[in-house]
Ligand binder design. Structure first.
Ligand code: ADE
Length: 250
């Protein structure tokens, strides 16, 4: 996978691509980055990329002609991008399903805004507009990194353990089950007995129930789309009636 990123602060992104798992993935040739400065496409003495908004109001808007020059350059590159993604709070919400779809591509071009965002005509130059959540950041760089982090870890060879993402929160449609490691006793808190039983079937069963319980308690909205067995549904029904009983006792 190749990631081409356009930003006004590409140097903010660079260290992220050089360390830890992403850095290793680059060195091992699983992914590559081309971090570009939008300002390279600005002309004039001050290399301005933005201007005041038509109609007045606060802030500055990034010019469409600057973005177009940058995108013309990436479209002429080899391989051309499969997607050109504008990061903005007005975009489609990022989800694990969307991450999985993007991770199948060979070349993603990611466009990070600053100030009051891009001239709305930039939307005609991109294939998608994505938001990482219902809050406003000062720029799109963290949103770009979020897409990179979430997609890269799904690529073969990037995570040490090939299967380790298959059980993640959201990949199963549920939140993850809780994990524990040494020490077995910490400030009066122990670990669930089943985990040191060595009984793999019981451990798997306990983990599934914990994932269901966490999702039921913390993100019941996810249960609508999760893949559930009859046994899962029966377990959820007991959680539901326990919750109802507790509610009545209050
Ligand atoms: N830029 C600023 N806020 C953002 C958000 N929530 N998602 C994507 N890009 C952004």
């Amino acid at each position: 996978m190749k990631y081409t990123v356009y930003s006004l602060f590409p140097q903010l992104l660079k260290p992220w691509t050089e360390e830890a798992l992403l850095g290793r993935a680059v060195r091992e040739g699983h992914i590559s980055f081309d971090l570009r400065d939008l300002r390279d496409h600005a002309s004039g003495k001050h290399r301005n990329v933005d201007d005041t908004p038509y109609g007045g109001g606060a802030g500055m808007v990034i010019r469409v002609d600057i973005a177009a020059k940058a995108l013309d350059e990436v479209l002429a590159s080899e391989p051309p991008p499969d997607e050109i993604i504008l990061l903005s709070p007005a975009g489609e919400p990022l989800s694990q399903a969307l991450v999985e779809e993007l991770a199948k591509k060979k070349h993603l071009c990611l466009l990070a805004g600053r100030y009051e965002g891009f001239d709305a005509r930039v939307e005609s130059l991109v294939t998608r507009e994505i938001s990482i959540g219902d809050y406003v950041l000062m720029g799109g760089e963290i949103a770009v990194l979020t897409i990179i982090e979430a997609t890269a870890r799904l690529l073969p060879g990037v995570l040490g353990d090939v299967d380790s993402h298959l059980q993640d929160s959201f990949s199963t449609g549920l939140l993850d089950y809780p994990e524990y490691t040494r020490p077995a006793e910490f400030r009066g808190l122990g670990i669930p007995e089943v985990l040191s039983s060595g009984h793999h079937a019981n451990i798997a069963h306990w983990r599934r129930q914990q994932a269901l319980k966490r999702t039921f308690e913390r993100r019941p909205d996810l249960l609508k789309n999760a893949k559930l067995s009859d046994e899962d549904r029966a377990f959820l029904a007991t959680l539901d009636s326990q919750a109802e009983t507790k509610q009545r006792e209050k």
